[in-house]
Design a protein around this ligand. Structure first.
Ligand code: G3H
Ligand code: 13P
Ligand code: ZN
Length: 309
């Protein structure tokens, strides 16, 4: 039982044509809910921490909670920095014991993204830590997006090859139409599978990453709205599209929004249905259970990674 890098996880996922779930964690109940599911499903697991999560919970609390999760379950897992925006935060996380970091240089011009990514790769690899980078800009496909706009934001397959070769990065997040948050598509959900297929063909054996991959389960959207939330029109990536992406080298699927939706729906329900309750365990407990159930469903039916730990 230990913290492990994503290297072997991704090799196995690539060959087995499944994906490892990378779940964003911010507090104890979220971590515990995910661990219950991973244990039950015997699934490989990445727990990822954003800069915002580090600010909210403090780095030491999150690291100790993840260590507790490993000790409690006897499972191996990968602790990953999500969307590191500069060299400094990546270095901090490498020094702090993370086994994987993301350097997100996607907002920079191509050459700057390469230079920044390469600097992080050099530092991390020397210390046995794997690195994810991002090329292209995540954005939902608007109904009226034109080809030029798409070409300027989505990952260019030839650039992806050059980027991977010149940086030595271990995995690459690509933009093919997913986006962060609960409102991913205005019209019908669409991902650019042609582009994904081309990228994976040009980079055989290389693990790709999908950010913004929450499915936004309608049961939780409805439950939230039923109990006072105002998130009409929330829409995510259909499960079958995520499953399909695993056939084209997608080895890591990022999920945060779905955890937020499940947790908030349960808490809202308790607050409305049981107004006399003010013991946090009475609403955080059901929220943790809902996360466990939802994550287990994803591992089994969407990521196809049950039994692969
Ligand atoms: O991709 C972003 C993740 O959902 C993390 O969000 O920066 O609010 O923690 P956050
Ligand atoms: P969602 O907002 O779709 O959950 O994406 C999360 C993510 O990509 C974290 O990096
Ligand atoms: Zn992301």
């Amino acid at each position: 039982m230990a913290l492990i890098t994503s290297k072997e996880m991704f090799q196995k996922a690539y060959e087995g044509k499944y994906a490892v779930g990378a779940f964003n964690v911010n507090n104890m109940e979220i971590i515990q809910g995910i661990m219950i599911a991973a244990q039950q499903e015997k699934a490989p697991l990445i727990l990822q921490v954003s800069a915002g999560a580090r600010k909210y919970a403090s780095p030491v609390y999150l690291r100790k909670l993840v260590e507790a999760a490993i000790e409690d379950t006897g499972m191996d897992l990968c602790l990953h920095l999500d969307h590191g925006e500069d060299f400094e935060i990546c270095k901090q996380c490498v020094d702090d014991g993370f086994t994987s970091v993301m350097i997100d240089g996607s907002k920079h011009p191509f050459e700057e993204n390469i230079a920044l990514t390469k600097k992080v790769v050099d530092y991390a690899h020397e210390r046995g830590v794997t690195v994810e980078a991002e090329l292209g800009k995540l954005a939902g496909i608007e109904d009226n997006i034109n080809v030029d706009e798409k070409d300027s934001t989505f990952t260019d397959p030839d650039e992806a090859v050059e980027f991977v070769e010149r940086t030595g990065v271990d995995s690459l997040a690509i933009a093919i139409g997913t986006s962060h948050g609960a409102f991913k598509f205005k019209g019908e959900p669409r991902l650019d599978f042609e582009r994904l297929e081309k990228i994976s063909r040009l980079l055989p054996g290389f693990p790709l990453v999908l950010h913004g991959a929450s499915t936004v389960p309608q049961e939780f959207v409805e439950l939230n709205n039923q109990y006072g939330a105002q998130i009409p029109g929330a829409k995510g990536v259909p499960e079958e599209m995520l499953l399909e992406s695993t056939q084209y080298g997608v080895c890591k699927i990022n999920i945060d929004t779905d955890l937020r939706l499940a947790m908030t729906a349960c808490i809202r329900q308790v607050f409305v249905e049981q107004p006399a309750v003010f013991d946090p365990r009475k609403y955080l407990g059901p929220a943790r259970e809902a996360i466990a159930k939802m994550v287990a469903h994803k591992m089994k039916n969407v990521l196809n990674c049950s039994g692969k730990a």
